[in-house]
Design a protein around this ligand. Structure first.
Ligand code: TRP
Length: 452
């Protein structure tokens, strides 16, 4: 509320610290693993355009709204929504939004940790030089071997979850804040190197054409939904992660400027990953639509053949793991903050409880890549189901609820007071969250349901 200048959980040491943490949350497996593979599955250019449009027209305004609500409430999303609803004279049930967000973070982390586990497994392979001079067939076999082994995947999933819990326990300022500082720029440099390699690989133009020449006949309502959902996923929107980070943000820091920076950096990383990967896909006659294994079946080829490839491969997987860690801690932070506020636990206990529960669901996700791969609901295995439920349904709905709350429920004077932006900018933002975001999301849903 207005009289709160600080959350009980602490505060970022500066605006820069918040930018790092929020960018760390945004940039992760979503950019480097998920963006390329869903782009490949959905035909390329047109999908990328819809995604970029969604980031600009929905993602940025909703991110501004979500940070703003967090900073004004200064508590876990559930309690923030409670007190902001009281302040605005709105229905107290708005706090269920916080609950849905906590659940979404939990469901995402369950599979996020499994995929980050793959990256850990690949870090070890990179270290032992397994990719050296391998051909596409051998690299593909490596990935299939990992998929067929529940034990290996559970082992690495466990390692990643323990790392996540470790960083979450250490709290707002001592956690990743410092590490992210130099890791993000390093990740950027490595991606540029990979792009340079891709440029020399022969199929650079074909890769670029795939990514940037839109062919709208290749996408349908479901692809549009996936692109829209991914805009939320990649910016960490719609479930309270950015809200809880906003609650640790000092007053009078410009939320709008910060948001532009975060969204810009996030988009650049995703595009660079795509530009590095697709030329390799075409140069090696691989399937663009080969699914979640795409980066694991392409990038090792580059490392196996480029000069200095051993070192770069090692660095790449280390950085990917840190990018994943700085995202995973934000997936679980809303739950941890809530347990600390309401259940009298300390951060340590709260991290252990929530992390363990997530771990268990993650074991089910591991099985969905092997022994349970044929166990399906709505034609989707557990991994696909969790991904669809969270990225395509829960995040857009959560994001629209945030937009509606900020646009229609909250007093305009309070929003103005938080944002401190010029009147035209404020008007544009308000228009986007009041009308454009809700209308866009519902239109896409109606199309997917076949109503329109
Ligand atoms: N944005 C992260 C990525 O792209 C994933 C993530 C972290 C996330 N926190 C989130 C997604 C909160 C949705 C909601 O890898």
């Amino acid at each position: 509320m207005t009289d709160k200048t600080q959350s009980i959980h602490g505060q970022w040491s500066s605006r820069f610290a918040f930018i790092l943490a929020a960018t760390g949350s945004a940039v992760g497996l979503g950019n480097i693993w998920k963006f390329p593979y869903i782009t490949g599955e959905n035909g390329g250019g047109a999908f990328v355009m819809v995604y970029l449009l969604c980031v600009a027209a929905l993602g940025i305004p909703i991110m501004i709204a979500e940070i703003m609500l967090g900073r004004r409430g200064r508590q876990s999303p559930i309690n923030t929504m409670k007190s902001l609803a009281a302040e605005a004279g709105a229905d107290p049930r708005w706090h269920y939004l916080g609950w849905c967000g906590m659940l979404a973070g939990f469901l995402i982390l369950a599979y996020y940790s499994v995929i980050a586990g793959w990256a850990l497994a690949y870090l070890v392979k990179a270290f032992f030089g397994v990719f050296m001079n391998s051909n596409a067939e051998e690299i593909k076999r490596l990935f299939e071997n990992l998929m067929e082994s529940p034990i290996q995947q559970i082992f690495w999933h466990t390692v990643f979850m323990v790392l996540t819990m470790h960083y979450v326990m250490r709290g707002v300022q001592n956690g990743l804040e410092k590490a992210v500082h130099f890791l993000m720029p390093a990740l950027f440099v490595i991606l540029i190197l990979l792009v340079a390699y891709a440029m020399s690989s022969g199929a650079y133009e074909q890769g670029m054409a795939f990514l940037f020449n839109p062919d709208f006949s290749k996408i349908d309502a479901d692809a549009v939904l996936t692109a829209m959902g991914h805009a939320f996923f990649t910016l960490s929107l719609g479930m309270g992660a950015i809200m809880v980070y906003g609650s640790y943000l000092p007053n009078h820091v410009s939320i709008a400027k910060t948001t532009f920076f975060i969204a810009g950096a996030d988009t650049v990383v995703a595009l660079l990953a795509g530009i590095a990967i697709f030329p390799l896909v075409f140069a090696n006659n691989l399937e663009a639509s080969s699914g979640p294994g795409l980066i694991f079946q392409t990038l090792p080829l580059a490392f196996g053949h480029m000069g200095g490839g051993w070192l770069f491969g090692l660095l790449f997987f280390v950085l990917l793991i840190f990018a994943a860690l700085s995202s995973s801690i934000s997936l679980i932070e809303p739950a941890v903050a809530w347990l600390v506020e309401n259940k009298n636990l300390d951060r340590r206990q709260a991290s252990i409880w929530s992390g363990s529960a997530c771990w268990l669901l993650g074991v089910g996700v591991v099985f969905s890549f092997n022994i349970w791969s044929e166990v399906k609901l709505f034609d989707k295995n557990l991994f696909q189901l969790l991904d669809y439920l969270t990225a395509n349904l829960m995040l857009p709905l959560g994001g629209v609820a945030i937009a509606i709350f900020a646009g229609w429920m909250m007093k305009q004077s309070h929003a103005e007071q938080e944002l401190e932006i010029p009147a035209e900018g404020f008007k544009a933002w308000q228009f986007l969250i009041k009308y454009v975001a809700p209308a866009a999301v519902f239109l896409v849903f109606l199309h997917v349901l076949g109503v329109l």
